[in-house]
Design a protein around this ligand. Structure first.
Ligand SMILES: Nc1ncnc2c1ncn2[C@@H]1O[C@H](COP(=O)(O)OP(=O)(O)OP(=O)(O)O)[C@@H](O)[C@H]1O
Ligand SMILES: [Mg+2]
Length: 443
């Protein structure tokens, strides 16, 4: 538009210049026409004037076209400058998303800053910490230092260098499986860095025992928060939506940004850890597998009851959609405050998926099955949307499940801007603000 305007102005300028030519043609146009047609060879004075006016016109045209060329050139330079100096809209959007993801997530500490931590070598790019230091800093694996217990041993809190709080996973590697999981986790985590994936700080070895040192996640696992003594009372609706979004971001990184893609294979609430500000990070990469690798065909069926996708359980078919299924189960846990599998009779268990699906799709029933701790604290429209996402993720047919990227994009508008989404606080009904404490009801 601007260019058109300038061209128009220049056009007008040419017209004015031509028109402003000395009163050779304009005052007596008829006269000249007559002279030029009737006696061209015998009118030297008029011809001179004519030549003179032509000369002026040519000069004006040269001047104007030079100006026009200079203008076009400078506009072109300006356009190039704009597009190289300033990121495009899509780049800006991407950067905004990245900064959203990183909002409030402190960078993981690095052991290199702690000079007195005794290192005895390197395992690839991972520092090997002296076992004696690990033993000392966990108070000799004192019971009060235990943060949690897993399949191959406990996780302990340690204070390295009297300064840096870390978590140390102790793995008893009597079997080859534990050893393989240790190698797998250290290898994969050493290559992955993302705000929603746990940071690996180092490892250690003592005989048959292996240790993995991670950043400490002060608020423990999502499982402990939801199903432990507090029964989810520390987690408001908005915090739960943020945890779901953070988890989706971590998974999206594995599925879409790692090459070759990584399938986590053990997505569950005990493997979603929460830092001091309740930022969620994926942990436990012992079972994770590189998609498309040869090893995928020979892998042993693994996972946790309640989270395993039916096609993987029945046919061993493993894809990124297996993680999406497990993510759907976690979303149901966040929504309903129930465990993935619950005992309903001494010899009978019920899966959250089969129990919830019929009620999740019925708008009149849905509000009644929501976790009592957060019931009626959210906009019902948002509740229906999250329930719809969860229903899609746990579809028995993997091709009906969305990609984790689609899940992520559907969650972003449901998370407040202050928690890394795009939901403006003014869009939240007055009685449901992110600052509101959850209703104090118990199960
Ligand atoms: N970095 C950490 N910071 C804080 N707590 C942690 C950390 N890593 C693990 N934990 C705690 O230790 C618990 C045990 O972790 P671990 O990954 O060994 O087992 P799990 O996930 O519970 O079970 P599984 O062995 O089936 O994976 C976790 O659930 C969590 O509560
Ligand atoms: Mg775990």
């Amino acid at each position: 538009m601007k260019l058109l305007l300038i061209v128009f102005i220049l056009h007008q300028l040419i017209r004015v210049l031509v028109a402003a030519d000395p009163p050779v043609s304009s005052p007596q146009p008829a006269h000249i026409t007559t002279l030029s047609t009737s006696m061209p060879a015998f009118s030297p004075g008029v011809e001179d004037k004519h030549k003179h006016s032509h000369k002026k016109l040519v000069i004006a045209l040269v001047v104007v076209s030079t100006a026009l060329a200079a203008l076009v050139l400078s506009l072109l330079c300006f356009w190039i400058y704009q597009h190289t100096k300033h990121p495009s809209k899509s780049n800006k959007k991407k950067n905004a998303q990245r900064s959203d993801a990183e909002k409030g997530v402190a960078a993981a500490p690095s052991l290199s800053k702690f000079s007195s931590v005794k290192l005895v070598g390197m395992k690839g790019s991972v520092p090997i910490i002296d076992y004696k230091q690990i033993a000392k800093d966990t108070n000799n694996f004192k019971e009060s230092n235990i943060l949690g217990e897993g399949g191959f041993g406990c996780v302990y809190k340690a204070c390295l260098d009297d300064n840096l709080d870390v978590a140390v996973k102790k793995l008893h590697c009597e079997t080859q499986i534990a050893e393989r999981e240790f190698e797998n986790e250290v290898d994969l985590l050493s290559k992955i860095q993302h705000p929603n994936i746990i940071s690996l700080l180092g490892c250690s070895i003592d005989g048959n025992t292996r240790f993995i040192v991670y950043e400490l996640m002060q608020n423990g696992s999502l499982e402990a928060q939801l199903h432990g003594p507090s029964h989810g009372s520390a987690l408001t609706w908005h915090m739960r939506m943020k945890i779901a979004l953070d988890t989706a971001r971590g998974l999206e990184y594995l599925h879409e940004h790692c090459y070759p893609p990584v399938i986590h294979r053990d997505m569950k609430s005990s493997n979603i850890l929460l830092d001091a500000k309740f930022n969620a990070k994926l942990s436990d990469f012992g079972l994770a597998i590189i998609d498309g690798s040869q090893s995928k065909k020979n892998i042993k069926l693994s996972g946790t009851l309640g989270y395993v996708a039916p096609e993987y359980l029945l046919d061993g078919e493993l894809t990124d959609k297996s993680d999406v299924y497990a993510f759907g189960v976690v979303l149901l846990e966040l929504l309903l405050g129930r465990k993935p599998v619950e005992k309903v009779a001494p010899a009978q268990c019920q899966s959250i998926v089969t129990w919830a699906i019929p009620q999740l799709t019925d708008r009149s029933k849905l509000p009644n099955i929501v976790d009592p701790v957060i019931r009626n604290t959210m906009d019902p429209k948002h509740l229906y949307q999250v329930a719809a996402v969860a229903v899609l993720c746990v579809q028995p047919e993997p091709s009906y499940r969305p990609l984790i990227t689609d899940v992520l994009h559907s969650l972003v508008p449901l998370v407040t801007t202050e928690l890394g989404g795009t939901l403006r606080v003014s869009q939240v009904p007055k009685h449901v603000s992110s600052a509101d404490p959850p209703l104090n009801t118990s199960h």
